[in-house]
Ligand binder design. Structure first.
Ligand code: ASP
Length: 325
């Protein structure tokens, strides 16, 4: 058994000029998690650090820089699972949480599994988190895409409300002395760029997580696979951990993350299980996507049927993380 971490930055279509940003974003996340594992820290802490790194990178469709709903909001989904205790924490449809993985982790230690919308935000507040303004999560680049790209129509009806939110956010960021902006790593307008991670620590604890803004232009209230255990993520001690990205409805239909765990349990390797699940996705649905896997020995697998899937991983026997698209 060895320590290991693998992260993804979403399946989809990354244009060559964005390969570098996608790889480096994933590498930074894997490094953030690895530092914790290498110091003897827990897989839970490593996953939180890795996912926070990706949620804070506006190039990915999670946290700040997430895609907008059809009516111009950011609604975030996230889930995390501890394979030893089988505890799960997930939140969906939240608009005022900068780092959903932190709140999902707080849900994991509560009696609940999944909290949605205003209730999830209320739980976050009760748990000591500060809620952000919804506009803090919207980057000008994603706003422009929503206005001119994936949103049917000209964006007029929600424009005034959004402009006010963005003006407030911009005033805040120039007061803080930063206004850094980066384009999303993905080129396709309606998908993808979800982030995810799986880690195993010194004690053999396996934790899996995924975090997303969902599909661009999604209906208000739409929830995909990302916060649903067994669909967008799954972890079970002695078996492995999985994090998915892609057409969420199809991952839900097939309970794809749990399928990967079942393949591992029947003796397939991490890579064999990843490949088999993506073959199933393509065979039984028209869905596109990818997933990452760690087995209980810390062996890595990943597969996709999309054009690209940004990813990075680091294991005990490697000198530095490997990153690719
Ligand atoms: N699976 C996510 C969802 O359907 C999207 C993605 O992975 O990009 O919400």
């Amino acid at each position: 058994m060895g320590r290991a971490i693998i992260v993804h930055g979403g399946a989809g279509l990354i244009p060559p000029e964005r390969f570098h940003a996608a790889r480096e974003g994933c590498r930074a996340a894997a490094e953030a998690g690895w530092q914790i594992l290498a110091a003897g820290g827990s897989a839970l802490d490593a996953i939180e650090a890795a996912i926070v790194t990706l949620e804070n990178d506006p190039g990915f469709n999670a946290g700040t820089g997430a895609v907008l709903t059809s009516d111009g909001r950011v609604q975030l989904d996230c889930g995390i699972m501890n394979g030893t205790s089988l505890d799960v924490g997930a939140i969906a449809g939240v608009e005022r949480i900068k780092n959903p993985v932190r709140v999902a982790r707080a849900v994991l230690t509560s009696p609940h599994v999944l909290l949605v919308g205003a209730g999830a935000e209320e739980f976050a507040r009760e748990s000591g988190f500060t809620l952000c303004d919804p506009g803090d999560l919207i980057t000008p680049y994603q706003y422009a895409r929503w206005q001119h790209g994936y949103r049917p129509g000209d964006g007029a009806h929600a424009g005034a409300e959004l402009d006010a939110l963005l003006a407030k956010r911009d005033a805040k960021s120039s007061a803080n002395g930063h206004n850094a902006e980066s384009e999303p790593v993905h080129a396709d307008d309606t998908k993808h760029g979800t982030v995810g991670a799986v880690a195993i620590d010194d004690d053999g604890n396996i934790v899996a997580s995924a975090s997303t803004g969902g599909r661009a232009g999604k209906h208000l209230g739409r929830v995909g696979d990302t916060p649903l255990p067994g669909c967008g993520f799954y972890a079970e001690a002695g078996i492995g951990g999985i994090s998915c990205t892609g057409d969420g409805e199809d991952f839900i239909r097939l309970l794809l993350a749990k399928r990967v765990a079942d393949y591992l349990a029947t003796g397939l390797s991490a890579q064999g299980a990843a490949t088999a699940a993506i073959r199933l996705l393509g065979g039984r649905t028209t869905g596109e996507g990818g997933l990452i896997v760690l087995d209980s020995n810390g062996r890595v697998g990943y597969a996709r049927n999309s054009a690209t899937m940004a990813h990075a991983f680091m294991c005990d026997d490697m000198p530095a993380p490997f990153a690719g698209v």
